[in-house]
Design a protein around this ligand. Structure first.
Ligand code: M6R
Length: 365
C-alpha cells in the first residue's frame, strides 16, 4: 500500500492533487456558477432560511473550520462560529431556529465531535457532517452531509483530509454565496481557480527538496513560531500542530500581528519563525511583522509566492508556492508546512506515522 513512499504521511501529502480533485468531482456547476451536493437533505427554502452557521470539530479539522468561517462569511455574508466540539458539547450557547451545524471530521468517530453533533441534533438544528470515512458514526447520525472522498488516511498527522475539508468548505461557501450575494461572474472566477488547484498543488510539491534542506538546518531547535494573517492564520495554527505532534517540538501559531502582544518576547537566534506571506492585500503588513522578528535576530522561513523577488532579501529561507486567489491560498500554503514537519520529525528520529501518546481517531472523551 505504501508503494515507493517511506511513510504513510509522505504518501498522503503527495496524494493531495488527487484528493483535492476528488473533493470537487461532480460538484462544480459551471452554468449556474455554483456548487452542488447530493446529500444535504434540505430544500433550497430551508437552506435560504439559515442565518447562522456553527462549524464544530477538533484538531486539524477545527483548523479547516476556521478557514471555512472566513470563506462562508466572505462569500455568503452568513455569520459563522467555529466551536471546539469538546466545548460546544457542554457549553449550551444560544442558537436560534435558523442556525445550522456542520460537524467536520476525517474519521467520523471523534467522541467529542459526535457528542457535540448529537447535542445540536437533539435541540432540533439541521446538523450535517463533512466527513471522510463513509458509514462512520458521525456520517450515519448526521441529517445529511458531504463526503471528502480523500481515500483512507493512515498517518496520525492529518494532511490530505485538511486540504479536502478546506476544498469542501470552499464549495459550501460558494453554494451559500450564490444563493445570496455572490454574482455569477464571481462564482465563475472561484470555479476557475478551483479547477487549477490540483495543478497548483502538484507544483507546490516540487518544493520538497528545498524543504528538506530547511529541515536539516533547523531540526535541532526547541521552539518554533508560525505566523500568518487572514486565510493563512489557520494555516499557521495547522503548521504548528503538525510540528508539535510528530516532532515533539514546541510550536505556536499566531495571527502575525499578535506577535507584539506577547510572543515577540520568545524570539531569539534559536527560535525560527515560519511566516506565511503570499501575495495579497495584507502582504505589506505581514512583511512589517516579519521585519520586527528579523530586527530581534529571529531566523525567518518564509512561505511566499513565486515571483516575489523581494522576499529573499528579507527572510533567511524561502519556500515558493504558486500564486492563487487569496481565499484559496491555504490549499497551497499548508503543503510546505506538512513537509517541513515530516522532515524535521524524520531527522529527529521520531515515528512519523505513529507519534507517541496519540491515536488516529480519538474515540474517548
Ligand atoms: O477524525 P477527526 O478529523 O475528527 O480528528 C480530529 C483530530 O483528532 C485530528 O485532526 C488530530 O488533531 C490530528 N492528529 C491532527 O493531525
Amino acid at each position: 500500500e505504501l508503494g515507493d513512499y517511506a511513510h504513510y504521511m509522505l504518501k498522503e501529502i503527495f496524494e493531495q492533487p488527487n484528493s483535492i480533485e476528488n473533493a470537487m468531482r461532480g460538484r462544480l456547476d459551471e452554468d449556474e456558477a455554483t456548487a452542488k451536493f447530493g446529500g444535504l437533505n434540505l430544500s433550497s427554502q430551508q437552506l435560504r432560511h439559515i442565518d447562522r452557521i456553527v462549524l464544530t470539530a477538533c484538531g486539524t479539522s477545527w483548523h479547516a473550520a476556521m478557514v471555512g468561517e472566513y470563506l462562508i462569511e466572505e462569500f455568503a455574508r452568513i455569520p459563522v462560529e467555529v466551536e471546539y466540539a469538546s466545548e460546544l458539547r457542554y457549553r449550551n450557547p444560544p442558537l436560534n431556529d435558523r442556525t445550522m451545524i456542520f460537524a467536520i471530521t476525517q474519521s467520523g468517530e471523534t467522541a467529542d465531535t459526535l457528542a457535540a453533533m448529537r447535542e445540536c441534533k437533539r435541540k432540533g438544528h439541521p446538523t450535517l457532517a463533512i466527513c471522510n470515512v463513509v458509514g462512520s458514526s458521525i456520517a450515519r447520525e448526521a441529517d445529511g452531509g458531504v463526503y471528502l472522498h480523500a481515500g483512507s488516511e493512515v498517518g496520525v498527522a492529518s494532511t490530505k483530509a485538511f486540504t479536502s475539508q478546506v476544498t469542501v468548505l470552499t464549495l459550501l461557501a460558494l453554494f451559500f454565496g450564490r444563493m445570496r450575494h455572490m454574482s455569477w461572474q464571481a462564482g465563475r472566477n472561484i470555479i476557475r481557480e478551483l479547477r487549477t488547484m490540483p495543478e497548483h498543488v502538484e507544483r507546490t510539491l516540487k518544493c520538497h527538496d528545498v524543504v528538506q534542506e530547511i529541515a536539516d538546518k533547523y531540526h535541532r531547535c526547541s521552539n518554533f513560531l508560525y505566523l500568518g494573517r487572514l486565510y493563512n492564520f489557520p494555516v499557521a495554527l495547522e503548521g504548528a500542530l503538525k510540528l508539535k505532534e510528530i516532532s515533539y517540538i514546541h510550536a505556536e501559531g499566531y495571527p502575525a500581528a499578535e506577535m507584539k502582544h506577547g510572543p515577540l518576547a520568545l524570539v531569539d537566534e534559536n527560535t525560527p519563525s515560519v511566516f506565511i506571506v503570499p501575495k495579497g492585500g495584507i502582504y505589506p503588513k505581514v512583511i512589517s511583522n516579519l521585519e520586527e522578528v528579523k530586527a530581534r535576530k529571529g531566523p525567518v522561513i518564509a512561505i511566499a509566492c513565486e515571483g516575489d523577488d523581494r522576499i529573499a532579501d528579507l527572510a533567511d529561507d524561502v519556500i515558493y508556492v504558486p500564486e492563487t486567489d487569496e481565499c484559496l491560498q491555504p490549499l497551497v500554503t499548508s503543503i510546505p508546512l506538512q513537509l517541513l514537519a515530516y522532515h524535521i520529525a524524520l531527522l529527529r528520529g521520531c515515528n512519523v506515522d505513529r507519534p507517541r501518546n496519540l491515536a488516529k481517531s480519538v474515540t474517548v472523551e
